[in-house]
Design a protein. Structure first.
Length: 255
């Protein structure tokens, strides 16, 4: 037995970020707390909750005051899918609450996830895929370039699925699973590749709805000027379109 067991561990290599400013930041208002009890908490139970128990938990979380609630993993089981549908079909989601769901970067799981959210007024969809070497080599059988392509391809699929449900206000999130188990440079590379797609999605929705509002008000004249009132939406439409152009250009440069 080693007399100094600590000597078998390598020291953590510090990450040089001399220009970071967040350690000095001070919170001036309460953050938005997200409850993940219905997804991560439920996943940890020996016997996962059924729909009735999940509904009681959801109502309790709403009563506590949570405004963002991760309600499940709808592509993982029929119960998870049906619970999300019940919330939407029975109009159980308060106007000031947004539900969140989780999905892996796999085609059929993403499709199933967006099917569960049809008709939702607002939804956060979180995409993830593993980046650690053991997962890349043993489970996925992919190299780093293929992992980047996997993340980018499925982030683009989010955009396509969301475009088919334009009435929903979408928020998209991405995380490199097990990022702490690999070299920091690689998860950063993956995130940098996915980020332009997320920006492009935001820009496309901004441009689309601004253009719809622009067209909708063309017949209403502005007071004191021979211009339609909706001309005010033109800069917003252009800004959204430019976001898409710049984001795609950045993606091309990265890849």
């Amino acid at each position: 037995m080693l007399t100094q067991p600590s000597t078998k561990y390598r020291a953590f290599a510090p990450i040089a970020l001399p220009n970071r400013t967040w350690p000095d930041a001070v919170l001036t208002k309460a953050p938005i707390w997200l409850s993940t009890d219905l997804r991560d908490g439920n996943q940890a139970l020996v016997e996962p909750m059924d729909i009735d128990r999940k509904m009681r938990m959801f109502e309790q979380l709403v009563a506590i005051g949570f405004k963002e609630i991760e309600v499940g993993f709808p592509s993982a089981s029929q119960v998870e899918f049906d619970f999300v549908r019940k919330l939407i079909d029975e109009d159980r989601i308060p106007d000031d609450v947004t539900i969140q769901v989780l999905t892996q970067a796999r085609d059929h799981l993403i499709t199933r996830t967006f099917e569960s959210l049809q008709g939702a007024p607002r939804a956060i969809v979180h995409l993830y895929n593993a980046v650690a070497p053991v997962m890349r080599k043993v489970v996925l059988g992919m190299d780093e370039d293929q992992i980047v392509e996997l993340a980018v391809t499925h982030a683009a699929m989010f955009k396509e699925c969301a475009a088919q449900q334009p009435a929903t206000h979408w928020t998209f999130q991405y995380s490199p699973e097990m990022f702490s188990g690999t070299d920091p440079a690689f998860p950063k590379r993956v995130v940098d590749a996915v980020s332009p797609l997320v920006i492009a999605m935001i820009g496309s929705f901004l441009a689309y709805w601004s253009f719809v509002l622009l067209l909708d008000g063309l017949d209403v004249k502005m007071a004191g000027a021979p211009l339609p009132q909706s001309i005010a939406f033109l800069p917003l439409t252009a800004s959204g379109a430019l976001m898409v152009v710049f984001a795609l250009n950045r993606l091309v440069l990265i890849l």
